[in-house]
Write a protein that binds this ligand. Sequence first.
Ligand SMILES: Nc1ncnc2c1ncn2[C@@H]1O[C@H](COP(=O)(O)OP(=O)(O)OP(=O)(O)O)[C@@H](O)[C@H]1O
Length: 277
Amino acid sequence: MPENDEKSPYGDNAEHVLVVKGLRRTFGAVRAVDDVSFTLPPGGSLGIVGESGSGKTTTARIVVGLERADEGEVHVRGRSRTARGRGRAHRLARAREVQMVFQDPLLSLDPRTGVEAALRETLRLHFPDRDHGLRIRELLDQVGLGTRAADALPRQLSGGQRQRVAIARALAVEPAVLVLDEAVAALDVSVQAQILNLLADIREQTSIGYLFITHDLGVVRCVTDDVIVMRHGAVVEAGPTAEVFAGPRHPYTRLLLESVPRPGWDPERIAVARRAL
Ligand SMILES: Nc1ncnc2c1ncn2[C@@H]1O[C@H](COP(=O)(O)OP(=O)(O)OP(=O)(O)O)[C@@H](O)[C@H]1O
């Protein structure tokens, strides 16, 4: 473990894989993230919902380490991620803790690198001494990609297959937390369902915690245990997904739920209903 990491106030055997406390981030006059706190147990799944600009992505980027917080703490497996890293080993160790899957895997996958080669590259970087052949087969199997896909370049794969590759690459480093930022938003509904089922299977097999960033309440209902609702950077409601959906307490949550057409939200209806808030 990196020696310059502070000990977490939550202890070594932290009950949660992820603890986020009091995050704040402003961009000029915009309070993108305003005192956001939440926890994620091992194998748990937390949805962060809110309309565009509510601060979901900035929160996720802070958790991953792509964005810095002005204030607040992020702890993974009981260790602080707030301390700035010294050196390559520290950066790699931090990267292994939290992995992110984006909406468009074409942007995160190297267009010139085949599936197997991409996985091998990641494994070599993080686990130089291991047998990569065996692990690559395991990973392809885990995400339901056949050996035929192993040599394919990203553009030769379907959107769903590409997302499977992105998930396999994230799993390769054995993260504690997987952040999925609108990870199924660009897929057809039937392919969305396949990927969500795959993620549910992986969650059953591992203790990875999921952080689902999405504007799609249908996705949240399907794949999360808990949900937080964000508005203007702040958390307006939080709780078990089933309870929040069955009996939303905050008017904004009620509004969002009432505005749900299938399968996502209708921004126009939200805008009309917001004016009534
Ligand atoms: N790098 C940045 N510079 C300036 N403003 C930013 C930056 N990143 C985010 N913001 C602003 O912070 C607020 C929150 O943005 P954020 O992307 O986190 O929201 P979001 O809920 O993820 O929205 P979306 O669903 O559209 O991605 C917005 O007002 C956005 O314009």
